[in-house]
Write a protein that binds this ligand. Structure first.
Ligand code: SF4
Length: 494
């Protein structure tokens, strides 16, 4: 290999997701670079080559292995293909053949190994304390699922572990002929080489196991336990903040917001589960880091953040939550998490259209790019394509300062939804993530403003999808699941 050329034994990078899509009758593989947001479509033969590129084979070996699976290519064409992937940054850095005789382990396995080592270091005493951590469930909320499968139509990745995939293939062997061969219905969760977890193929953006009227066929045949764990726990989120395990809800599904104020739905968690050790070991419990960045360059101990979150959750919500979040961001940057910051939340200043403009422009750039790229290959029936287009249209419309000013001066149509949105985020510490807290607060204010603008877009284009009933949930799902949320980091970089 030349110093800048592709590895002699190529394999897909861990930061690239390969997903099988059926668009009408056409079958394609889409590579998604989660770092850059770049997408690349592959045909069956190219995917055959990539699936044989396990990091131990040179290109000739890959061509031979792919041919055994029915994907025939010339060595020269395969070399050009891997060179193009390398130039696009989609291959693993370095040459696995130089230092590894076996395929790279998948991300989940690596994370598991790292987690085990970490647990060992933490010691038995720490582990006992962790397992004894009390569970705190978001109060005054229960879920009414409408059974229309909106969440099964919007996510780019629906993950199955090996047992779940085997059960699904046995229950529905006809789905993409998955009963005969696993890889007909699934791709690896990460990279191209089979690893512990798999992502199910999507038909027009819908999970392949979703039936026409919006019902999960695995649930219909095998009962709720036939679904993968992620589907059974969705939209519940789990986060250990060092004092308790916060069980909250991702406001990414119309059913969540439609449940606000409605008692007697399904509890987020079986009330018999009281401490972390009671949870199914396979449930992903995120960890709040020991120090949290609250503003660019400023950090606090997580206990301080937890106490601040509790005070904010107990504070009187302002009439306009978006205004409250924006004012709070400025207060956090000026004063940290001192008690006085909450006064700025309870009595916020009006939103300034000029201050929001760069945020909306950055989100528009992300959404418009996503809509443009997806339009080249997604079906018009694909909700993810429509949602990206709607968000791009809404953020473009809000580029008109007069229109933005008019929207900001009008009261929110559904303030109780916005209050719940913040309550759920605070309880689950969902404002802590890739960007400092102050930027996350502004980001959430922007999301609410965009959600307020969406009904006019739905009316203009005649959109009637059930997912349109709750614009906040649609914005939330799209920003997280399709990487649009990276816009918040880009505003500051401008
Ligand atoms: S497995 Fe069932 S519940 Fe899960 S995404 Fe697919 S259709 Fe929906």
């Amino acid at each position: 290999m030349s110093p800048n050329g592709p590895p002699a034994r190529p394999q897909l990078a861990e930061h690239v997701l390969a997903r099988r899509h059926l668009v009408g009758e056409e079958e394609i593989i889409v590579l998604h670079d989660v770092r850059s947001g770049q997408l690349l479509q592959l045909g069956g033969r190219e995917w055959g080559l990539l699936a044989a590129a396990d990091g131990t084979r040179d290109v000739e070996g890959i061509v031979l292995a792919a041919a055994r699976e029915g994907a025939h290519a010339r060595v020269r064409a395969a070399e050009d293909f891997f060179a193009a992937l390398h130039a696009a940054g989609l291959l693993a850095a370095g040459d696995a053949g130089d230092d590894a005789a076996a395929p790279a382990i998948c991300a989940a396995e690596a994370a598991g190994a790292a987690g085990a080592a970490e647990a060992g270091r933490a010691g038995e005493e720490d582990e006992r304390a962790r397992r004894a951590r009390p569970i705190e469930v978001l109060p005054d909320f229960s879920l009414h699922c409408d059974g229309r499968g909106s969440c099964c139509r919007l996510y780019a990745s629906v993950i199955f572990d090996p047992e779940e995939a085997a059960r699904a293939r046995a229950l529905r062997p006809d789905v993409l002929s998955g009963g005969v061969r696993h890889e007909r219905a699934f791709t690896p969760e990460r990279g191209a080489w089979p690893c512990a977890a798999s992502a199910v193929a999507l038909r027009d953006g819908r999970c392949a196991y979703l039936e026409g009227e919006g019902r999960c066929s695995l649930h219909a045949i095998g009962g709720p336990d036939a679904k993968p764990l992620g589907c059974r726990t969705f939209p519940t989120s789990f986060l250990d903040d060092g004092a308790s395990v916060r069980v909250s809800v991702a406001v990414e599904c119309a059913c969540v917001l439609a449940s606000v104020g409605r008692p007697a739905g399904a509890p987020l968690l079986d009330p018999r589960l009281r401490v972390r050790g009671d949870l199914d070991e396979r449930v992903h419990v995120a960890e709040l880091l020991g120090r949290v960045e609250i503003a660019p360059g400023a950090t606090v101990d997580r206990a301080e953040l937890v106490a601040w979150s509790r005070r904010l959750a107990a504070a009187a919500p302002p009439a306009d939550i978006a205004e409250g979040l924006w004012s709070l961001a400025a207060a956090v940057e000026a004063e940290g998490l001192a008690g006085g910051t909450l006064a700025r939340y309870e009595r916020p200043a009006p939103l300034d259209p000029a201050a929001l403009a760069p945020w909306l422009a950055a989100l528009h750039a992300r959404a418009a790019r996503r809509a443009r790229e997806d339009a080249a290959w997604r079906s018009e029936r694909d909700l993810a394509l429509s949602a990206a287009q709607w968000i791009a249209m809404a953020t473009a419309a809000l580029g008109d300062v007069e229109l933005l000013g008019a929207l900001l001066s009008a009261p929110a149509q559904r303030p109780e939804r916005e209050r719940f949105y913040l309550r759920a985020a605070l309880h689950g510490h969902r404002l802590v993530g890739a960007v400092p807290l102050s930027l996350a607060l502004r980001d959430r204010a922007v999301r609410l403003v965009v959600a307020r603008a969406l009904p006019a877009i739905f009316a203009a284009v005649g959109a009637s999808d059930p997912a349109c009933a709750e614009p906040i949930a649609l914005v939330e799902a799209m920003l997280r699941a399709y990487g649009l949320d990276a816009y918040a980091g880009e505003v500051e970089a401008r």
